[in-house]
Design a protein around this ligand. Structure first.
Ligand code: HEM
Ligand code: HEM
Ligand SMILES: *[C@@H]1O[C@H](CO)[C@@H](O)[C@H](O)[C@H]1NC(C)=O
Ligand SMILES: *[C@@H]1O[C@H](CO)[C@@H](O)[C@H](O)[C@H]1NC(C)=O
Length: 600
């Protein structure tokens, strides 16, 4: 056979058929390889353990018996080729017995050894996870029969002549165990269900582990997210991954070049009913994973128990084929850990901020215990500083300038009126905090925050206006200038707009997906804050207007009133109390939000 003629005799993948149309068909009519059971897909078959297995409903048979044979996998397959052979004669290539189908659409009978129905294959590259056929033992059956299967997961990923179970004839003494028969005991057909939970034993010594929360126990704590990576083989050719966490719907981890979601190599363990499917995929943007497949994954196993999903699989460090693309594991990546709901095995958007490792990790690098955060520290600082700036210093600073100008008339602070000094200091602090906090997301993103909605735009306006405000104040005319009122109005107006925009920016800020604070709790705290602000300002505005009226009245009755200092002293005391409660309330609400940032 010419090399070109070797192409695709067996299980053919649709895309390949575009390249070599004359040779390729994925219809499973593969009788030319009855003896070798080889796939001839241009690459050698896998030598790693296969994720598929063959089972029979009995282990002992009599001639004429019908035996159910099931081919299953923890992942799907696109093609298969099943035969029964004489287990006592390894050199024999002839088939034994006849199959009958239970599914005429996706499976078909083939003629091998000139014997109709002696093998079964797929009819198309339709993805299947389970095939059931009935095998009939012939009258001249050998004492032991073994099932053999070639499984094709994907065009370039297949297992040739994988050994299935050996069944023996009733009354016939089992053939002495040959080395070849014991190989069926090897876990080549990986049990798809894990016997028990993963442990954190060996983390930092044999394997690299990522925990969330740090140091949690994947064995006992159902809320523990756990990812481990073990480099396997003397020449470090593959890596074993273990992923475990609450069984909400799915768990996933991703290899990412940066800290943005997008262009990431993703591995998912998705609950579908009482099974778990393990797939690899690619996310190109803030989108649903694409090109989901099991290609490149082997030793796939999973467990669904005690409210926990666990799955593990092995992957070669480098994959020889580039389709679908999987990242090489000898590079450095940020590790993401995400989880969320799944409906009928389809993943939904992650319910919680994904965990991002604190630094890039070479997957094949030395074992270590990794840490991560669901809110990167720079963004946390940004949020915290902005909240301090606008819920505390900015708010109290404008409050005092708006309502406390006439108070403490006889006291000076560093040679200036109290309200003015406090206002100037607090507002300068606000501007400085805003400038510092503003730069932090840029350091983190190394650029503009795309996908962050209107928040960054509002933020830029707030920054521009807060820089403008002190400049305007520096060039203000003297208090007795006839143009002073222009400054007063402009400064008040710009100040009010700035504060309003800052509050709106905070509302959008606490809902940023890159640092999601417990929703809707954070928004409720901010609503509380706005209510608190509005009620105090309304109260003092009312008081201010009443005072103006009263002072008009007082001027009229100047002669009658002898002593006005008594009530105004009392009033000043009340106003101080109001000021203190205002500042205290702001601090309380601020603390609530800061603590929720700390918890992210
Ligand atoms: C007045 C207050 C605020 C201003 C002026 C402001 C301003 C900004 C600006 C300009 C950016 C974009 C930076 C860039 O493109 O790299 C940004 C991003 C961000 N802000 Fe704020 N912010 C404010 C309040 C908050 C608050 C209170 C939070 C959360 C508690 C918050 C959370 C974030 C987050 C998480 C990002 C990053 C979005 C991303 O890149 O994924 N911000 N902010
Ligand atoms: C982002 C920064 C600032 C904001 C949001 C802000 C806001 C305000 C507000 C709301 C008032 C009260 C206006 C009124 O109700 O009469 C005010 C008054 C005032 N602020 Fe600021 N301010 C800021 C920065 C500054 C700075 C840095 C200075 C000092 C150099 C300053 C000097 C003044 C003065 C002199 C007044 C009194 C105006 C008057 O006589 O009514 N402000 N400011
Ligand atoms: C095994 O499956 C065959 C075919 O479905 C059936 O006839 C037979 O009774 C089954 N045997 C046992 C022990 O379940
Ligand atoms: C084993 O099979 C080969 C090929 O079919 C045959 O030539 C040989 O005689 C068989 N050996 C025994 C012991 O049956």
């Amino acid at each position: 056979m010419s090399p070109a003629g070797h192409c695709c005799f067996l299980f053919l993948f649709v895309t390949v058929c575009y390249w070599v149309p004359a040779r390729c068909y994925s219809d499973g009519k593969v009788t030319k390889v009855c003896g070798s059971m080889d796939a001839h897909h241009g690459v050698p078959g896998q030598t790693s353990p296969s994720p598929y297995r063959v089972t029979t409903n009995i282990t002992v048979f009599k001639p004429g018996d019908y035996i159910q044979v099931i081919v299953t996998g923890s992942t799907y397959f696109e093609g298969f080729f099943l035969q029964a052979r004489d287990a006592t004669n390894q050199s024999s290539v002839s088939t034994v017995g006849t199959f009958t189908l239970t599914d005429n659409i996706h499976t078909q009978l083939l003629t091998c050894s000139k014997h109709q129905g002696s093998a079964v294959s797929h009819t198309s590259d339709h993805r299947q996870t389970k095939v059931t056929v009935i095998w009939k033992a012939p009258e001249d059956a050998p004492s032991e029969v073994q099932f053999f299967v070639t499984m094709v997961a994907h065009y370039h990923l297949f297992w040739v002549k994988q050994r299935g179970p050996v069944i023996s004839q009733h009354g016939v003494t089992p053939h002495p165990t040959q080395p070849t028969t014991t190989t069926t005991k090897r876990p080549t057909t990986t049990p798809s269900v894990l016997p028990g939970p993963f442990t954190a034993d060996g983390c930092g010594q044999q394997k690299s582990c990522l925990f969330d929360p740090p140091g949690c126990d994947p064995e006992g704590d159902s809320q523990c997210f756990f990812l481990s990576m073990t480099t396997e083989g003397a020449d470090k050719t593959s890596v074993m991954f273990e992923l475990s966490g609450p069984a909400e719907g799915y768990l996933a981890f991703a290899l990412s070049w940066d800290t943005w979601m997008g262009n990431d190599d993703v591995y998912m363990c998705v609950k579908d009913g009482n099974r778990v499917s393990v797939t690899a995929a690619f996310v190109s943007g803030r989108t649903h994973p694409e090109d989901e497949s099991q290609a490149g994954l082997s030793w796939v196993s999973w467990r669904l128990a005690d409210g926990v999903i666990q799955c593990s699989f092995s992957r070669p460090v480098k994959l020889s084929y580039q389709e679908p693309e999987r990242y090489d594991l000898d590079q450095e990546y940020y590790l993401f850990l995400a989880s969320g709901q799944a409906v009928y095995g389809k993943t939904k958007r992650h319910s919680q901020q994904p965990l991002i490792s604190t630094y890039k990790k070479r997957i094949t690098g030395p074992p270590e215990v990794l840490e991560g955060s669901r809110g990167p520290i720079l963004l946390k600082m940004h949020g915290a500083l902005m909240l301090i700036a606008w819920m505390l210093t900015g708010s109290v600073g404008t409050f005092i300038a708006s309502f406390y100008k006439p108070d403490w008339p006889n006291q000076l602070l560093f040679g200036q009126k109290v309200w003015f000094q406090v206002h100037r200091i607090l507002m300068t602090l606000t501007v400085v905090l805003t400038v510092v906090a503003f730069t932090l997301p840029f350091f983190y993103r190394k650029g503009w925050s795309e996908h962050a909605g209107v928040h960054p735009y509002l933020g830029c306006c707030v920054l521009a206006l807060s820089l403008f405000q002190p400049i305007m104040a520096a060039f203000r005319p003297s208090p007795d200038s006839h143009r002073r009122y222009i400054f007063n109005w402009a400064h008040w107006g710009v100040g009010a707009v700035t504060e309003f925009m800052a509050v709106v920016a905070m509302f959008f800020g606490v809902r940023q997906s890159s640092m999601l604070l417990a929703p809707p709790w954070a928004t409720h705290v901010l609503i509380g804050y706005v209510t608190w602000q509005a009620s105090f300002r309304f109260l003092l505005l009312l008081h201010k207007h009443l005072n103006i009226r009263k002072s008009f009245g007082a001027a009229d009755q100047e002669a009658i009133l002898t002593n006005t200092s008594q009530p105004s002293q009392w009033e000043a005391f009340i106003k101080s109390i109001i000021f203190a409660s205002f500042a205290l309330g702001n601090s309380g609400l601020l603390t609530a939000l800061l603590s929720s940032i700390a918890e992210v």
